[in-house]
Design a protein around this ligand. Structure first.
Ligand SMILES: Cc1cc2nc3c(=O)[nH]c(=O)nc-3n(C[C@H](O)[C@H](O)[C@H](O)COP(=O)(O)O)c2cc1C
Length: 212
């Protein structure tokens, strides 16, 4: 039986956050006793608009990942959300998903669960931190315990290259043409985040079990 249940839930238009989500999932799965599920949220953009922007082809690469339903969140001990930035905030697709958690909020169904966020931007200073920290507001309303990426992950201080990675959560830079792929440094931070969240959630679960 799983000791700790983790769900990684993302939205991605061009595949960067999907790649980061796979790395977060890998990190979480490295924790003994962790049962980890990877899900995406529903698309809202009309198919013809996705076709014109090139997003349809990019999204085909991860079409096999199941779509999350809001009520499944109640089953997790930890939830790790990934979103590209839109004007310094989360994408509307993720906002739409979270706005369907009112029923869970009323019941306090997510209170005491671990919550964590990772993100991507087109540009270096395009709002990675604001996307993550503004996302935290919603998680706090839902009663979640926020976990980021501590500086015990040394790649956060890597100054030898252009890289994402923040104490608030893993990040990647897509480039203004969306052609840059997540770097090894960024993927390693994402794996760290998955592992770190799963370890903390496992400790909480065990502590609560011991306390009866
Ligand atoms: C409507 C819109 C708004 C965006 N706003 C920003 C922004 O504020 N800052 C930024 O750096 N990139 C911005 N971007 C670029 C996206 O964040 C980028 O395409 C995304 O991080 C790539 O991740 P994905 O491949 O997972 O979709 C925006 C893109 C769109 C379509």
């Amino acid at each position: 039986m799983a000791t700790v249940k983790v769900q990684v839930i993302f939205y991605s238009m061009y595949g960067h956050i999907w790649r980061m989500a796979e790395a977060v999932t890998e990190g979480a799965r490295s924790v003994e006793g962790a049962e980890v599920g990877l899900f995406q949220v529903a698309e809202l953009v009309p198919p013809d608009a996705l076709q014109k922007s090139g997003a349809a082809a990019a999204r085909a690469a991860f079409a096999h990942i199941p779509t999350a339903t809001p009520h499944q969140l109640a089953d997790a001990d930890a939830l790790i959300f990934g979103t590209p930035t839109r004007f310094g905030n989360m994408a509307a697709q993720m906002r739409n998903f979270l706005d369907q958690t009112g029923g869970l909020w009323v019941k306090g169904a997510l209170v005491g669960k671990v919550g964590s966020v990772f993100a991507s931007t087109g540009t270096q200073h395009g709002g990675q931190e604001t996307t993550i920290t503004s996302f935290h507001t919603t998680l706090l309303h839902l009663g979640m315990i926020i976990v980021g990426v501590p500086y015990s992950e040394p790649r956060l201080t890597n100054m030898n290259e252009i890289t994402g990675g923040t104490p608030y959560g893993a990040t990647t830079l897509a480039g203004s043409d969306n052609k840059r792929l997540p770097s090894d440094n960024e993927l390693a931070i994402a794996r760290f985040q998955g592992r770190h969240v799963a370890e903390i959630a496992r400790a909480l679960v065990r502590g609560r079990q011991a306390a009866g």
